[in-house]
Design a protein around this ligand. Structure first.
Ligand SMILES: Cc1cc2nc3c(=O)[nH]c(=O)nc-3n(C[C@H](O)[C@H](O)[C@H](O)COP(=O)(O)OP(=O)(O)OC[C@H]3O[C@@H](n4cnc5c(N)ncnc54)[C@H](O)[C@@H]3O)c2cc1C
Ligand SMILES: Cc1cc2nc3c(=O)[nH]c(=O)nc-3n(C[C@H](O)[C@H](O)[C@H](O)COP(=O)(O)O)c2cc1C
Length: 783
């Protein structure tokens, strides 16, 4: 077998080692354009988990790598004169050159031919190879040569960063955030050998330009970093090594392999350095590729297909985390006014992997500080004095107020169409559905999209609020909620627009009815599914007045029902959303074109409802904060929309995304819409309700305590478990928290007592089991 590897970085060398070790007769050759000792940068970090993988894959190189490590557990965060410490992070640093030298030696010992100072001539030169591995890094030429098949994209991020070094001793991984006249500068620093540190300094492009530093002026960069972070670096001199101010390219490929050629490491995908995973990905790619080759002896193409299938989800997960992480550093300004404890918690939880509970496992002290700060913060907001030693409930159980409405905790049952109304009238299904969710302990239940007119319905099963029967049925539900629970209930009003007259949720969603369709309207005559959906009529001014008045009439019926809050649905491609989005609004009058015009009708509806809705009761608006469509609504647009709504008396933005048009391409993942909530909340200064794949109490605690939302809505989890909040209360009381902010119905109190007792026992068992199963510390030298 002949294996040609292009690029002698971590990915290329490590794969060459693994394949040569398992196939001693194979001819394995690596071409590397640099000299053996020629490497840019200083050190790299690897986690305990990666080290365990390296140990399993190739023990000899692992032993050498582990012996060369500087190991640390602590992270220190400098922020506005405070230094916050947290432990339990378990990372190891090594000089990048040292890692490469170990891999080079091991490769040579196994008989891999590494040709340094050799520029790869291109794919044609590898015709005779059985397998060609493109490990040629971030600017991979091979990727370019196979672009038609691999379909790469490179997205350049806006921040500027430079990789420098210093000879000094740091007590742990160090973050620091400092502001000068140009802007905020972030320092990421760690030791990779005793007394030797890697520093990555980062700032916004605007701050970089304002600073007057030149992209390649290494002397000025070193002086600037040394001056700005003198205290953190103990006054050490800052060293450079091709320390240019670059912008991070996020590389993605639709495919990683073509024929017998495969990309590995940075050539295939990049992960922002702020989660320290570039080398991890490169090495673990090599391990996975090797495993696939072993599993498919003599069939390289099958091996490559298997490699990509197995490896892609994990690589994309890490890339997704890295993208979430870089978002924090691009937007530090958003958290600049936060209390240092909250700032540090927001920093730690930025990539969504470290959560409130995860951090508690790493360092319970940090969570005690978060809890103490949170309790004080909530007490201040409610103008209550609490003794210093008072321990409040966890963040999700803190009350929250909007105008005269006080919710007892931060959990919201998200609006969910039940498609079970009869001619707009809620039925017994709704009575039981909403009643049991309110009994389940959430602070607030929001009704499904309730339509302001018969022809405003999405489907024949949608609830309405345009007839006395509707009001009476809703009133019965609201009365139950108020009489038997401490939950608040909000009415979500909407108009389906071009998504109207469609089938029930469990039929062919968004498709027209088989018969009995009613005419639909929209800002522009664009069907939702061209060729399939009805073509909506373009709304005239008269239509707008009619629809606005229908919203007001429905709001007034909502007042009669005594709903606690009114939410207007301006998301998901329904009527008001289609006015906001340039994808669906192509009008050329004063209701189309620039954002200010597209906002005009939704604001008119909002104003009219606000006027009708009682002053002491809050109003919220659900937005699709991005259309997930190029040229559609962006997070920045949503900030402007939310700003306008706030100025018109809106109290809360319910931050959803997408569903504007079939062209939407959402990026799903845990809490995948949270960045937009963070952006709107902190850029506008308005309360937000986060939603979308929030599934655990831990996530709710993390979101609210880190300042990314004020409330969290859970939709699907509440379908499976109406008692989500009561279950969470049981878990937290078992951890010793006082539980306030959740009410059990008196009829269920004996169930509560049993659940609490079982939760305490389960916790004791889990703690005992964890103690017995605790793994030994990794065998690594300490710096
Ligand atoms: C500022 C910064 C900080 C980082 N910090 C960390 C960190 O702390 N932890 C971490 O894990 N990762 C970190 N990384 C990322 C890490 O450096 C890379 O992700 C990792 O090196 C990728 O390995 P690779 O083998 O895929 O590519 P590379 O290491 O880039 O190796 C590719 C090799 O291919 C060679 N090559 C390219 N084209 C040709 C050609 N035509 N002919 C011959 N040779 C060629 C190059 O010379 C190079 O040696 C950081 C990156 C940056 C920019
Ligand atoms: C069955 C179902 C019906 C829904 N109906 C509505 C609705 O009427 N109004 C609305 O704004 N969102 C509606 N949604 C969206 C949810 O409120 C929520 O934003 C979405 O499901 C993401 O949250 P989750 O990941 O917790 O499920 C619906 C979702 C589901 C699953």
């Amino acid at each position: 077998m002949r294996v040609d590897v292009i690029g002698g970085g971590p990915a290329g060398l490590y794969f060459a080692i693994l394949i040569k070790a398992s196939h001693p007769d194979a001819r394995v050759e690596v071409v590397e354009r640099n000299r053996a000792d020629d490497t840019f940068g200083f050190g790299i970090v690897l986690s305990d988990e990666t080290l365990a993988n390296l140990k399993r894959a190739d023990e000899p190189s692992y032993r050498e790598i582990a012996a060369g490590f500087a190991y640390w557990d602590d992270i220190h965060t400098w922020f506005k004169g405070n230094v916050l410490r947290s432990s339990g992070h378990g990372f190891s640093g090594i000089r990048r050159l040292a890692l490469l030298e170990i891999l080079q030696r091991r490769a040579a010992a196994l008989g891999v031919a590494v040709c340094f100072q050799t520029e790869d001539p291109g794919l044609e030169a590898h015709r005779g190879a059985d397998l060609v591995v493109g490990a040629d890094g971030i600017n991979s030429r091979l990727r370019g040569q196979l672009a038609v098949s691999l379909q790469p994209t490179v997205e350049t991020r806006p921040n500027r960063f430079a990789w420098v070094g210093a000879r000094t001793t740091l007590p742990g991984f160090t973050y620091s955030f400092r502001e000068d006249a140009a802007g905020i500068w972030n320092l990421h620093a760690y030791m990779y050998a005793p007394g030797e540190c890697t520093l990555i300094v980062e700032t916004t492009d605007a701050a970089f330009k304002a600073s007057g530093l030149g992209v390649e002026d290494e002397r000025a960069t070193a002086a600037h970093v040394a001056r700005l972070f003198a205290e953190e670096l103990n006054g050490a001199q800052v060293l450079t090594n091709r320390s240019f101010w670059r912008q991070f390219p996020v590389v993605r490929c639709v495919r990683w392999h073509h024929d017998n050629v495969v990309l590995l490491g940075d050539a295939a995908h990049t992960a922002h350095w702020s989660i320290g995973s570039g080398t991890k990905l490169a090495l673990e790619d090599a391990i996975a590729l090797h495993r696939a080759m072993i599993a498919h002896p003599g069939d390289v193409r099958a091996g490559l297909a298997a490699y990509e299938t197995e490896r892609r989800p994990e690589a994309e997960r890490i890339q997704h985390s890295a993208n979430t992480s870089l978002f924090f550093f691009e937007n530090v300004r958003r958290f600049w006014q936060a209390d240092p404890v909250q700032f540090n918690f927001a920093l730690m939880s930025r990539a969504k992997q470290i959560t409130y509970e995860n951090l508690r496992k790493r360092d319970p002290r940090v969570i005690r500080d978060v809890d103490a700060w949170w309790t004080k913060h909530c007490a201040q907001a409610a103008a209550i004095r609490v003794p210093a030693e008072f321990r409040g409930p966890p963040p999700m159980f803190a009350p929250f107020s909007l105008r005269g409405m006080a919710v007892q905790n931060r959990v919201v049952v998200s609006p969910m169409c039940q498609y079970s109304a009869v001619d707009g009238t809620p039925t017994d299904w709704h009575y039981v559905h909403y009643g049991s969710r309110a009994v389940g302990g959430a602070g607030l239940v929001v009704t499904e999209m309730t339509c302001v007119a018969r022809d405003a319905r999405i489907s024949p099963g949608c609830t309405g609020m345009y007839r006395a029967e509707h009001r009476n049925a809703w009133k019965r539900i609201v009365q139950f909620v108020h009489a038997h629970t401490d939950c608040r209930i909000a009415l979500q009003l909407g108009h389906a627009g071009r998504k109207g007259s469609t089938q029930l949720g469990w039929e062919e969603m968004d498709r027209p009815l088989a018969s009995g369709n009613w005419p639909i309207v929209a800002p522009s005559s664009l069907p939702y599914h061209p060729g399939l959906s009805q073509v909506p009529r373009t709304m005239s001014r008269k239509d707008m007045v009619r629809v606005r008045d229908q919203f007001v009439a429905a709001a007034k019926l909502g007042i009669e029902c005594e709903f606690d809050m009114l939410e207007l649905h301006m998301a998901h491609g329904y009527l008001l959303a289609t006015f906001l989005s340039p994808v669906t609004n192509r009008r050329v009058d004063e209701y189309g074109g620039r954002l200010e015009n597209r906002l005009r009708f939704p604001l008119e509806v909002f104003d009219a409802c606000r006027e009708a809705w009682p002053e002491e009761k809050p109003m919220s608006v659900r937005l699709s904060a991005t259309d997930w469509i190029p040229g559609g609504i962006t997070g920045e647009d949503s900030v402007e929309i939310a700003r306008a709504l706030k100025a018109h008396g809106c109290d809360l933005i319910d931050v959803s995304t997408g569903q504007t048009d079939p062209a939407s391409r959402p990026v799903y993942g845990r809490m995948f819409q949270l960045n937009f909530s963070e952006q709107i909340r902190n850029d506008v200064g308005i309360a937000t309700l986060a939603v979308g794949a929030i599934t655990t109490a831990d996530q709710v605690n993390t979101i609210v305590a880190s300042g990314r939302a004020d409330l969290c809505a859970l939709a699907r989890p509440h379908l499976a478990d109406p008692y989500f909040t009561l279950h969470a209360a049981a878990e937290y009381q078992a951890m010793g928290y006082p539980i306030e902010g959740v009410s059990w119905p008196k009829q269920y109190l004996s169930g509560r007592d049993q659940l609490y007792q079982l939760a305490r026992r389960a916790r004791e068992d889990a703690e005992r089991a964890a103690e017995q199963a605790r793994p030994p510390k990794p065998e690594i030298a300490t710096a």
